[in-house]
Design a protein around this ligand. Structure first.
Ligand SMILES: Cc1cc2nc3c(=O)[nH]c(=O)nc-3n(C[C@H](O)[C@H](O)[C@H](O)COP(=O)(O)OP(=O)(O)OC[C@H]3O[C@@H](n4cnc5c(N)ncnc54)[C@H](O)[C@@H]3O)c2cc1C
Length: 425
């Protein structure tokens, strides 16, 4: 069996490794157009900030590791430019043609906007990070503009501020992050302003090059790298990303896809959604790889769970906010509380929890946890509840742990659920 994997980062290498476990005899080749594989782009803002000293610290495996330990051939500098599904052939930019029995498309996504200007930057790859690092070290810039108030823009505003630059952040809409709620935008804006990042909402930047700052970083969203399979006939969804079924199969025979280049099922809306995140790419890659090697595993989909730290503020979200839920056709009700997550004598900090439910069914639809805390544990509880389709009443009865050094007797999650029930009943 000849398996080709296109893309050598999260989804691609998970797919190749899983396929090798299932089929010790398959001929597996990973094709990566860049020079580096298996690195955590998620760590790039921390490289810029200075918390990570070298890009090497973000690199998990080398091509040699894959060759020696997993008998997987990794070709860097190998860009696939076309697929011929009828002949089961991939074409490289060099003109070389490679046959396959199964192929996993794991080519990720790319920044929606890129500019050819020495003052303008994006942060998506190791190459982008190196270029920005060199500019920060060499040019001694004093000011930076960040265009885009999504999580990468916000992380980068914090990172550039930590490097001592004066930072201004622009977003064309009224909200920061994708939760689309005014209270969260206000909390974030207050924190950024405290951190001396000036925030400009409702401020579309038509031409980033016209901004007067020494460095301009644009982070205005991604486009999925789906054009090549799409040109070969693969179906795409509303986002332009590839449509796959629960087995990670595209509509092309023998072609699977995983990661940022595809849509997947949303656990709350039960409709395909495009939420490009690293954790999804890794898990989806494993399923695509298993099935490409002859298995029959399922990827159940996502709740869009995400966590980020911005100027010290932890923010985690999962599922749908009230406004997103309303937009998706639910009769959304939201309750929000702020409460210490530990007793004051253990220096408990305040956590804000928002829970969203559907008035008709009382089913939980989403949640947000924020504060000067690590919100991961609590958001993961809400994410689990979403995937289990719990109602607010079931959620309020969860048996959550308590001891004074770690928690309060009534966890903020349960207090928020009780508040939500009052609105539902
Ligand atoms: C700055 C930053 C911070 C992030 N932080 C987080 C975070 O905190 N949490 C989180 O969950 N996610 C985070 N992410 C997102 C996460 O990194 C991605 O979701 C994840 O890398 C997607 O993995 P992937 O394998 O699908 O795609 P990618 O990692 O994009 O890998 C795709 C690979 O395919 C290659 N390729 C593309 N086209 C071709 C072609 N035609 N031929 C050959 N090779 C090709 C590309 O060069 C690339 O190396 C962050 C991303 C960035 C940029």
């Amino acid at each position: 069996m000849r398996l080709l994997v296109v893309g050598g980062v999260a989804a691609g290498l998970s797919a190749a490794s899983r396929a090798r476990r299932l089929d010790p005899h398959a001929e597996i080749t990973v094709l990566e157009k860049g020079q580096r594989i298996s690195y955590g782009a998620c760590g790039l803002p921390y490289l810029i900030e200075g918390q990570v000293r070298d890009i090497g610290e973000l690199t998990v495996y080398t091509p040699e590791f894959f060759e020696k330990e997993r008998d997987i051939r990794v070709r860097t500098g190998a860009e696939v430019t076309a697929l011929h599904p009828a002949r089961r052939e991939a074409v490289l930019s060099s003109g070389e043609r490679l046959g396959y029995d199964a192929l996993v498309w794991a080519a990720g996504a790319r920044p929606r906007e890129r500019f050819d200007d020495p003052r303008l930057f994006s942060l998506h790859t190791d190459v982008d990070a190196r270029r920005l690092q060199e500019a920060l070290a060499g040019g001694k810039p004093k000011s930076a503009a960040v265009v885009g108030g999504g999580y990468i823009g916000l992380e980068m505003a914090g990172a550039l501020r930590a490097r001592g630059l004066e930072v201004e952040l622009y977003d064309r809409g009224p909200h920061l992050l994708h939760w689309n709620e005014t209270w969260l935008t206000e909390a974030l804006t207050a924190r950024l302003e405290e951190y001396r990042v000036r925030v400009h909402l409702n401020s579309p930047v038509v031409s980033p090059a016209s901004l007067p700052h020494d460095v301009v970083l644009t982070a205005v969203g991604l486009s999925p790298n789906a054009e090549i399979p799409a040109a070969a006939g693969a179906e795409t969804g509303r986002s332009g990303a590839l449509l796959v079924n629960e087995f990670c199969e595209t509509s092309l025979a023998g072609v699977y896809a995983a990661g940022d280049c595809c849509e997947t099922m949303h656990a709350v809306t039960r409709a395909p959604a495009w939420v490009p995140l690293g954790t999804t790419a890794n898990k989806m890659g494993r399923v695509a790889g298993a099935n490409a090697a002859g298995g029959r595993e399922r990827f159940p989909g996502i709740a869009g769970t995400a966590v980020v730290r911005i100027a010290g503020l932890g923010i985690a979200t999962t599922g749908l906010s009230a406004s997103l839920a309303t937009g998706a056709g639910f009769d959304a009700v939201a309750a929000r509380i702020t409460k210490r997550e530990k007793p004051p004598y253990f220096r408990g900090r305040r956590a804000t929890v928002e829970l969203v439910a559907d008035r008709r069914t009382a089913r939980l639809l989403g949640g947000c946890v924020t504060g000067d805390i690590d919100p991961t544990g609590r958001i993961n509880v809400i994410a689990t509840a979403l995937q289990a389709q719990l109602t607010a009443h079931q959620f309020a009865q969860l048996d959550l742990a308590y001891a004074p050094p770690y928690a309060t007797v009534m966890d903020p999650l349960l207090v928020a659920a009780q508040q939500l029930i009052k609105l539902l009943d």
